[in-house]
Design a protein around this ligand. Structure first.
Ligand SMILES: *[C@@H]1O[C@H](CO)[C@@H](O)[C@H](O)[C@H]1NC(C)=O
Ligand SMILES: *[C@@H]1O[C@H](CO)[C@@H](O)[C@H](O)[C@H]1NC(C)=O
Ligand SMILES: *[C@@H]1O[C@H](CO)[C@@H](O)[C@H](O)[C@H]1NC(C)=O
Ligand SMILES: *[C@@H]1O[C@H](CO)[C@@H](O)[C@H](O)[C@H]1NC(C)=O
Ligand SMILES: *[C@@H]1O[C@H](CO)[C@@H](O)[C@H](O)[C@H]1NC(C)=O
Ligand SMILES: *[C@@H]1O[C@H](CO)[C@@H](O)[C@H](O)[C@H]1NC(C)=O
Ligand SMILES: *[C@@H]1O[C@H](CO)[C@@H](O)[C@H](O)[C@H]1NC(C)=O
Ligand SMILES: *[C@@H]1O[C@H](CO)[C@@H](O)[C@H](O)[C@H]1NC(C)=O
Ligand SMILES: *[C@@H]1O[C@H](CO)[C@@H](O)[C@H](O)[C@H]1NC(C)=O
Length: 752
């Protein structure tokens, strides 16, 4: 790794040095500073609005903080406050300092200033490069990184210290003392977090988690020891994160098409490259030119012959053995000396070809003809193969097994549709018919021949191990008949990935209902309780009422649909149910969604019914606060709703957290009980969480309690004081408090 980086520096440096000197071509707009301290600022970046290409991205305008020595460039918006380390035009990268999340323990305190840490690059349109690694340092430390790619993405790694004596400084982060995982492309934003685990080794008071440039960190034993030592010594300004930038607003003009008006590759002798990470494009100088392609005449001819004279390494880069070098625009010419002749590539001279070499060239020529003939034959057979492939997919996707099962179990509720029928129903998967896309695939609205409206889900590729499970799941789901679960009507197995056909639910998702800010209308508490109760009943039903426990595995407000009477319908099961993970893998990737994932599933490597309980608690929080599972707080920071809630609850600041629409002294007791229920569901230990059945029952009771409170407050008053407003109960009595709660509600039940 270290070598690779060094090499990179060697290659980039000559060009950068030439650019930075005053004699070289300018890299910034006329009259604009081209540096801030030691850092070159090439256009489209610039210091201040007038010096940057702000019409493409206002964050190209940087700020130079001159009060520091040497001055340092920062992103212009104070709300971001991210420092720039360097900018590369050639690779479309900018390196910035990112934060480290850490938890430190001393005998009597916990320091965890930055439990959730993200880098607010999203609005700057920068995307973390895949050259970064998510790295965790510590003993028994579990770190996770969550983000959107735009599909939800979660990964994590676990580092341990059992054999720490055999690990020496400089070792790679393979799990001992530190661990690391890669990140995917197109990560639009991310949060890193450390999960708080009680088993702390006495010599390891601090854990760290960070996204950092690959190769920057190598293990040092002392980083496990000191209280914040790593932060003070090695990461005092943050850690380098490589981010990819591009002209996000547009794309390369198609061949022959006219360039758009605000096309950024304005230099002659430049060309356009589509961005490798995320949308947009970059510009590059044509071969033989160097400089800044974003400025008029920014790309300047390279004088190869001059460079050959300066340094030996250019003699191999621009070969002209046995010849005389002459520079030309964009290239150079090698004029051969007597007795030799050009080898045709204009880069050297060779003696005249011998007979043997001619034969070899002739042979390879006829090979080309043969290859093209073969291609024609292959193309013809493709068509025939297609039909065969369809049958093959049907078999692979478990179609035969499904047929057999259905015949033997007399399943009649599920229909197997052909690819043709599905295409017809969705107008060939027309974009107008997309209802949404999620972690598991795209969902289309379809109309069957009998005018029945359906939702068709096109799954992502599933691997062979899952196929059998998938068919089992279809059979089980076809037998589920619950009014709060979206019905599976059919499936199609003829294509490379299976497709599922569900009943169509008219009124969108709970997520849209709660968080759609365009037409945000008040939602009464009773309706919220109804949606919560119905969803909980549906989940309790699949956990306990069927012959085999089915896990949802991806409970979130986006997977709860609402019909035209605002009845909840839980959707999107099956694809993720009963998924177990490989214990030997440090790199864990599980299905699930940012902000909803049960932390324990990372440690145990498997999802349980209690993982659904945890995720459901986050949905309850959304209903109570009308905030998203990952939301942006007033200081413009990304927060996990579950974490903030736990903190606020312990600080007795529940009221501030709740949606002001539903806060009302009269019903506060309901909200407090609800908050306690949520706290129990968010218990880090799955075993101590209530079951989904308990949750559903308690929600039913709370719903009734609420109804009574708003209709006739009088008879309730007595019990109210008996249970006591829970906010005043010290938290160490919580276990006691919860039994008290059920007593309270039981008595109310009787009173009815
Ligand atoms: C940055 O500039 C200062 C002087 O302003 C110099 O002392 C320092 O070595 C430079 N650092 C780098 C990395 O070039
Ligand atoms: C993107 O381009 C369009 C037209 O090319 C322009 O109107 C718009 O302002 C640009 N947006 C940004 C953020 O630069
Ligand atoms: C420059 O940096 C200093 C020290 O970090 C900071 O106090 C100051 O606010 C910064 N100036 C601006 C304009 O951001
Ligand atoms: C631009 O060209 C150089 C030299 O050919 C190459 O190394 C670099 O990757 C190119 N940049 C992009 C963004 O394609
Ligand atoms: C932690 O304990 C040390 C002695 O063990 C004491 O000096 C210090 O004040 C304590 N800190 C807090 C915050 O209680
Ligand atoms: C982490 O866990 C320890 C022990 O369980 C606890 O004392 C501490 O308060 C927790 N810290 C945070 C930030 O939750
Ligand atoms: C990333 O995004 C670009 C453009 O948005 C897209 O072409 C590319 O396929 C995406 N890559 C992945 C791995 O999703
Ligand atoms: C779907 O595409 C096929 C060809 O691929 C075409 O024959 C058919 O008319 C299309 N159907 C619709 C509804 O667009
Ligand atoms: C949801 O249903 C209600 C009542 O039927 C209706 O007024 C509303 O427009 C619907 N909303 C959506 C998004 O379909």
């Amino acid at each position: 790794m270290q070598e690779a980086l060094l090499l990179l520096v060697l290659i980039i440096y000559p060009a950068t040095v030439v650019l930075a000197t005053s004699s070289g071509p300018p890299i910034s707009l006329p009259g604009c500073p081209d540096k801030c301290g030691n850092v070159s600022i090439p256009y489209p970046f610039g210091i201040g609005d007038d010096c940057a290409a702000t019409s493409h991205n206002r964050y190209f305008a940087l700020m130079c903080n001159n009060s520091l020595q040497p001055p340092r460039p920062m992103f212009g918006d104070p709300s971001i406050a991210v420092e720039v380390i360097d900018i590369s035009l050639e690779h479309g990268e900018v390196r910035v300092y990112g934060d480290v999340s850490y938890i430190c323990f001393t005998s009597n305190t916990t320091v965890s200033d930055s439990f959730d840490v993200g880098l607010s690059l999203e609005i700057t349109q920068l995307i973390p490069s895949t050259r970064n690694r998510f790295t965790v340092i510590g003993c028994s430390a579990l770190g996770i990184i969550q983000g959107n790619t735009p599909d939800p993405y979660v990964a994590g790694c676990y580092s341990y210290c059992q054999d720490i004596k055999s690990t020496s400084d400089g070792a790679s982060c393979a799990g001992m003392g530190c661990c690391e995982t890669t990140i995917p492309p197109n990560l639009t934003y991310f949060v890193t977090q450390l999960l708080n685990q009680s088993s702390v080794w006495p010599f390891n008071p601090c854990f760290y988690a960070m996204l950092v440039e690959e190769g920057w960190y190598s293990f040092r034993r002392q980083d496990l020891g000191g209280h914040l030592g790593f932060m003070k010594e090695k990461a005092n300004r943050g850690v380098p994160v490589v981010s990819d930038w591009a002209i996000r607003n547009g794309s390369c003009p198609k061949d022959g098409a006219k360039a758009p008006k605000d096309y950024a590759c304005v230099s002659s002798n430049s060309y356009c490259v589509n961005a490798g990470n995320g949308p947009g494009y970059l510009c590059n100088c044509s071969e033989g030119y160097e400089g800044n392609p974003y400025l008029p005449n920014g790309c300047q001819d390279i004088d190869e012959c001059e460079l050959r004279k300066q340094d030996v390494k250019y003699k191999t880069l621009y070969p002209c053995e046995n010849g005389h070098c002459r520079n030309t625009p964009g290239s150079y010419r090698c004029k051969c000396w007597a007795g030799t002749r050009s080898d045709g590539t204009n880069s050297g001279c060779r003696p005249v070809l011998s007979q043997a070499e001619k034969v070899v060239i002739g042979l390879s020529g006829s090979a080309m003809v043969l290859i093209s003939l073969a291609c024609l034959v292959v193309m013809k057979s493709q068509r025939r193969k297609y039909k065969k492939e369809k049958d093959e997919y049907f078999k692979q996707n478990g179609g035969l097994k499904l047929y057999d099962e259905m015949r033997s179990r007399q399943v009649e509720t599920i229909h197997i549709l052909t690819e043709k029928e599905i295409k017809k129903a969705t107008d060939n998967f027309s974009e107008d018919r997309v209802l949404g896309c999620g972690g598991h695939g795209m969902v289309y609205r379809g109309t069957l021949d009998d005018n029945k409206e359906v939702a068709i889900k096109k799954s992502k590729v599933i691997d062979d191990d899952c196929r059998e499970e998938f068919v089992n799941e279809i059979i089980i789901l076809s037998q589920i008949n619950h009014r709060n679960i979206v019905r599976l009507l059919g499936c199609c197995l003829e294509v490379d990935v299976p497709m599922l056909v569900y009943e169509f639910i008219s009124n969108g998702t709970l997520f849209e209902f709660l968080h759609d800010y365009d037409h945000k209308s008040p939602i009464p508490l009773d309706l919220r309780l109804k949606i919560a109760t119905q969803s909980a009943e549906a989940l309790a039903y699949i956990h306990s009422s069927t012959s085999r426990t089915i896990l949802h595995g991806d409970v979130k407000s986006l997977n709860i649909l609402l019909d035209n009477e605002y009845n909840a319908k839980v959707s999107d099961f099956g694809a993720s149910a009963l998924k177990s993970m490989d214990k030997n893998d440090f790199i864990i990737l599980i299905q699930g969604t940012l902000g909803y994932i049960d932390p324990e599933s990372f440690v145990s490597h498997r999802l349980t019914d209690k993982s659904d309980v945890y995720s459901f608690a986050v949905v309850l929080l959304e209903l109570m606060t009308r905030k998203k599972a990952i939301y942006i707080d007033i200081s413009n920071e990304k927060k996990a709703l579950s974490h903030t809630f736990i903190l606020m609850f312990h600080q007795n600041e529940l009221r501030d957290m709740l949606d002001s629409e539903i806060v009302d002294d009269e019903v506060m007791v309901v909200l407090e009980k609800l908050a306690e229920l949520v706290m129990q569901c968010l218990n880090p230990k799955g075993d101590e969480r209530p079951t989904m059945k308990d949750v559903a029952e308690r929600l039913q009771i709370l719903r009734r309690l609420h109804l009574q409170l708003v209709t006739k407050t009088q008879p309730i008053q007595a019990h109210y004081s008996y249970g006591g407003p829970s906010a005043s109960v010290p938290s160490d009595e919580k276990g006691y408090q919860s039994t008290e709660t059920s007593k309270l509600v039981l008595e109310i039940d009787l009173a009815r």
